[in-house]
Design a protein around this ligand. Structure first.
Ligand code: CP3
Length: 413
């Protein structure tokens, strides 16, 4: 049995600590709201002008290496829930909260390729802040993509609209593996720059950094693009386990370096996306994937920032995904939260797990299904409310805003 966090408290109250006008705990920067140009350049000067927390050197306590230095961030509901401490309300954020569901995102992205936009710090800052301003979520997630570090080490790839990452020359042989060199902070200096800006703008709101897990990255590299079956990747895993292990180990090193850059720049939590790990049987996951993911979690263990581990269709893998070293395990909508807690075992917080398609079903259905998630999570040691996978591009942005408000009011303690 898992211990109760702090009791579920009164369930229906009028407000919560972050409703407008009650706390100043949301980013107050409005500089980008309507005026930032598509290249984000106009925003830069404005950003500097409104950075209430910036010192003359541009350094802030949160921008110094490792750990969460800002007390307000440390005391946020999101980080408390990650640490399994009592919370004033259940924190909420959404995977893919920044993206095509937001008209303001579509506007600033007009004419700019996805990967290009990930390399422009001002634009990244603007896009990352958009859902925090609009929905009043409890955490921001750094706007980027899982293939950015691969692009940064010179892999020829692109993100094609409506398709996803496409790799020009797939990695299939030992000679191909040699193309995957180490990632240095200089390769991703735009990430350090953007996170510096973001931590200043976000104030007390935590910033989640992220990376793709070795298996999910390998699935794109070996297949050459998105796949339903992962036949080439799995053929390497089953047919040439040594090459596979070396590939995943290489990716673990690149991923670790990428997460360290984000933490040292000021990210206050990290999420490892192993989105496609659900394609694997537990024994294969344990033997051929878990060691590489564990290496990533080990590499960032010393920074004191919570580590979240997420995948889709991973009901059978939840225990192993916790074992890999995460502090928080992400759950999709296929397993109820109380059952997920049993599978993960004690000592970890859980994140999830509303089916993202519920948001198309109208307000009443959203509230009913969100209530089910909250009830199922009521006895968890720590719960972060999220969708079971990313926000879908056609989702009504207002439905997301209402959902945040619903979870906050329902769980106010
Ligand atoms: O708000 C956030 O969550 C941060 C942004 C984010 C993106 N990608 C931006 C993006 C995050 C966390 C990711 C991670 C990512 N990228 C994953 C793991 C998460 C998951 O969804 O399982 C994966 C598998 C990818 C690979 C990828 N990149 C896919 C499958 C796609 C979608 C292709 C499409 O057009 O539908 C992308 C492109 C991408 N990454 C978009 C966004 C907002 C859409 C492209 C656009 O807006 O032009």
């Amino acid at each position: 049995m898992r211990g109760r966090l702090s009791g579920t408290g009164p369930r229906r109250r009028e407000g919560h600590p972050c409703r407008p006008g009650v706390s100043g705990s949301r980013p107050t920067c409005t500089a980008y709201r309507t005026t930032s140009g598509p290249d984000g350049r106009a925003g830069r000067a404005r950003l500097a002008g409104v950075s209430a927390n910036a010192s003359p050197t541009g350094q802030t306590p949160t921008a110094t290496p490792g750990g969460v230095k800002n007390d307000a961030v440390k005391d946020s509901a999101f980080l408390k829930a990650c640490r399994r401490e009592p919370v004033p309300h259940t924190p909420v954020w959404f995977m893919r909260q920044a993206g095509r569901s937001l008209p303001e995102y579509r506007k600033v992205r007009e004419g700019i390729g996805m990967l290009d936009s990930c390399m422009r710090p001002e634009l990244v800052t603007e896009i990352t802040l958009q859902p925090v301003r609009r929905h009043r979520v409890d955490a921001a997630i750094y706007f980027s993509d899982i293939v950015v570090p691969l692009k940064a080490i010179g892999i020829d790839l692109d993100i094609k609209p409506g398709i996803g990452p496409v790799v020009e020359q797939p990695v299939r042989t030992r000679a191909d593996l040699a193309r995957l060199r180490d990632l240095t902070p200089e390769d991703v200096s735009y990430v350090t720059e953007a996170i510096g800006m973001l931590t200043r703008e976000l104030g007390p709101t935590p910033l989640i950094g992220f990376a793709g897990a070795p298996f999910t990255l390998a699935s794109y590299l070996v297949e050459g693009g998105p796949s339903r079956t992962y036949e080439n990747a799995k053929a390497m895993m089953y047919g040439d386990p040594e090459l596979w292990a070396d590939l995943l180990d290489r990716l673990a090193e690149i991923t670790s370096a990428f997460l360290k850059v984000q933490i040292e720049a000021g990210a206050s939590a990290v999420q490892l996306f192993d989105s496609w790990a659900g394609a694997l049987a537990p024994a294969d996951y344990r033997r051929s994937v878990l060691p590489a993911s564990a290496k990533v979690f080990d590499a960032v263990a010393g920074f004191g920032v919570p580590r979240i581990h997420f995948g889709v269709g991973t009901g059978e893998l939840l225990g192993l995904m916790g074992e890999a070293g995460a502090d928080v395990v992400g759950v999709d909508w296929r397993v109820p939260m109380d059952e997920a807690a049993r599978r993960v075992g004690p000592g970890k917080a859980l994140q999830g797990n509303l089916d993202p398609t519920v948001l198309f079903a109208g307000r009443e259905a959203v509230e009913t299904k969100a209530r089910e998630v909250l009830d199922s999570a009521a006895d968890l040691e720590g719960h972060i409310f999220n969708l079971g996978h990313g926000v879908m591009p056609n989702t009504d942005a207002d439905a997301l805003t209402r959902l945040v408000e619903y979870v906050h009011t329902q769980t106010a303690r």
